[in-house]
Write a new protein. Structure first.
Lengths: 267, 267
């Protein structure tokens, strides 16, 4: 369970990105965080793994109070949270396998990682995950040889091999085409379900958010203005979050038909 | 339609907006340049006498004396190559920690300032001056040259390494950090792959520079081919001078080609 209590973040420039945000995410729940650019979505998930330090408030993962950890304890806590990035953020000059195994860095010592001598079970798990996302044959390719969708799948493997309790997902589909976006969102969703992971997914696409999450949180100028089920997103709510616009065309039935089965998708 | 009164001319806005300042700078630069040329006192009769003298001198270079009767040229060249290689390796080994420390995005402020000042000092002194001091400290011979060139390498290599690190992709670095990696693992997995190709290119370039500098520092007694070059000029043995210069040129060109090839290969 992740609990945010009255979290505020003021940047050095004076911008108040989060204002007294309180949020509770039970184990295994996938939530979508929506809101206009600059609403504080990225800041929120970055406060959780402390890429950004919250100015005020408490963040707890299970029994661990993340906001007050020393740097050594923080490294341990970070192993419990996998992060998936907007532009994939793979280290481009490393191989796919090295990128996936870098998810184990918090568990191995420096020499093991320097000589790429990871424990056998880690290597096996890396192969298993790559196979699961259909990239087994890409293991020795350099990350910059992959397409966008493939890179994001490697990013997902890197997050999962940490064996995390939850995923922090920052705009996973921002640079992908609509079909690949759906495939990636479906994959994240399935993997969360398989492993009972909680997830916070920042996403711009309201439709995808509705399709692939159990709960939606709307953020506007650093304040939570909506917290409820996906089908509660009425035109009025969207206007509240994003401002005036014709929203009818955006809102769909949540039971979207399943397109292409996953196996085919991964070619 | 109201398109009748749009202007049909357009000029690129000037770089310096204030016209008075702009013209002051233009005219000022011209006047300064004219005055500077005036102070040089070019004596055209001396130029006229000097040119044919120079040609006579050049003609004495040919044919180059390839006999190397005292056997010093081969020894000197080998010593220069050896000095260049050792001082490049030594300099780079010293440069890496200093370069890491001098990257603003990696190091705390005091480490940054400390490493930047080491670089600053090293860059202030040209190799020839460093060599004069090294000869004073350690006596004549290649060891003094090695010390001078290694210190010169720090100013070059650490500075460029630090700048390359400061320009690296932030998201790739963050992605490795949030896996719970230690600082060294983080450097090994996210910083090193990003800067490595440029570093290899720069090492070869520096090897090239150090070889040429080794000829210069020899003149003040710091080992290498420079001493023989100076001796041959002072003894008016210009055919030997020619052999030495041709050897230097051949080695520099060979290094140039090798480094170009290697750089393409590592990219």
């Amino acid at each position: 369970m992740l609990r945010l209590e009255n979290v505020s973040k003021r940047y050095k420039t004076g911008d108040l990105a989060l204002k007294n945000v309180s949020l509770e995410i039970p184990n295994g729940q996938v939530i979508a965080l929506i809101g206009p650019s600059g609403a504080g979505k990225s800041t929120l998930i970055r406060c959780v793994n402390r890429l950004v330090d919250a100015t005020e408030g408490k963040i707890q993962l299970g029994d661990t109070e993340i906001t007050s950890l020393s740097s050594g304890e923080l490294r341990k806590a970070r192993r419990r949270m996998g992060m998936i990035f907007q532009e994939y953020a793979l280290v481009e000059r490393l191989t796919v396998m090295e990128n996936v195994l870098s998810g184990r860095l918090g568990y191995v010592n420096f020499w093991q990682s320097l000589f790429r001598k990871f424990p056998k079970k880690d290597v096996k798990e890396a192969y298993r995950l790559l196979d699961r996302v259909g990239l087994m044959h890409m293991a020795d390719k350099r990350a910059d040889e992959l397409s966008g969708g493939q890179r994001q799948r490697v990013g997902i493997c890197r997050a999962l091999i940490q064996d995390p309790e939850m995923l922090l997902v920052d705009e996973p589909t921002a640079s992908l085409d609509p079909k690949t976006s759906r495939q990636i969102m479906r994959l994240i969703n399935e993997l969360c379900a398989e492993r009972g992971l909680a997830a916070i997914i920042n996403i711009h696409d309201v439709l995808l958010a509705q399709m692939f999450s159990q709960r939606i949180v709307g953020l506007k100028e650093g304040i939570i203005v909506y917290d409820g089920p996906p089908d509660g997103l009425t035109p009025e709510v969207l206007t509240e979050i994003y401002g005036e616009e014709d929203w009818e065309a955006t809102i769909e039935d949540v039971d979207e038909e399943d397109d292409a089965p996953l196996v085919e998708v991964l070619k | 339609m109201s398109n009748s009164n749009y202007s049909d001319t357009w000029k690129k806005p000037p770089f310096i907006v204030n016209p008075v300042l702009r013209w002051l700078i233009y005219v000022g630069s011209l006047v300064y340049f004219a005055l500077a040329i005036g102070t040089m006192e070019i004596n055209w009769t001396r130029v006229a006498e000097g040119l044919p003298r120079g040609l006579t001198l050049l003609s004495k270079f040919f044919p180059p004396n390839l006999a190397d009767s005292r056997g010093v040229i081969v020894d000197g060249i080998l010593e220069s190559i050896w000095m260049a290689i050792i001082s490049t390796i030594g300099g780079i080994i010293l440069s890496v920690p200093i370069g890491l420390g001098a990257a603003r995005n990696l190091s705390p402020k005091w480490v940054y300032l400390f490493c930047r000042s080491i670089i600053g000092v090293s860059r202030t002194f040209p190799e020839i001056i460093l060599a004069i001091f090294a000869v004073k400290f350690f006596g004549f011979g290649p060891f003094a040259g090695f010390v001078a060139l290694s210190i010169g390498t720090i100013g070059f290599f650490a500075k460029l390494l630090a700048e390359d690190i400061e320009n690296m992709s932030k998201s790739q670095a963050e992605a490795v950090k949030v896996t719970g990696s230690s600082w060294l693992q983080w450097v090994n997995y996210s910083v090193q792959p990003q800067v490595m190709p440029r570093m290899i290119g720069l090492s070869l370039y520096r090897l090239d520079i150090n070889f040429r500098e080794s000829a210069v520092v020899g003149i003040v007694g710091a080992g290498g081919i420079g001493a023989h070059l100076l001796t041959s000029v002072q003894r008016y043995e210009y055919d030997t001078t020619a052999t030495i210069l041709i050897s230097i040129i051949i080695i520099v060109i060979a290094l140039e080609y090798t480094s170009g090839y290697l750089r393409k290969w590592v990219q």
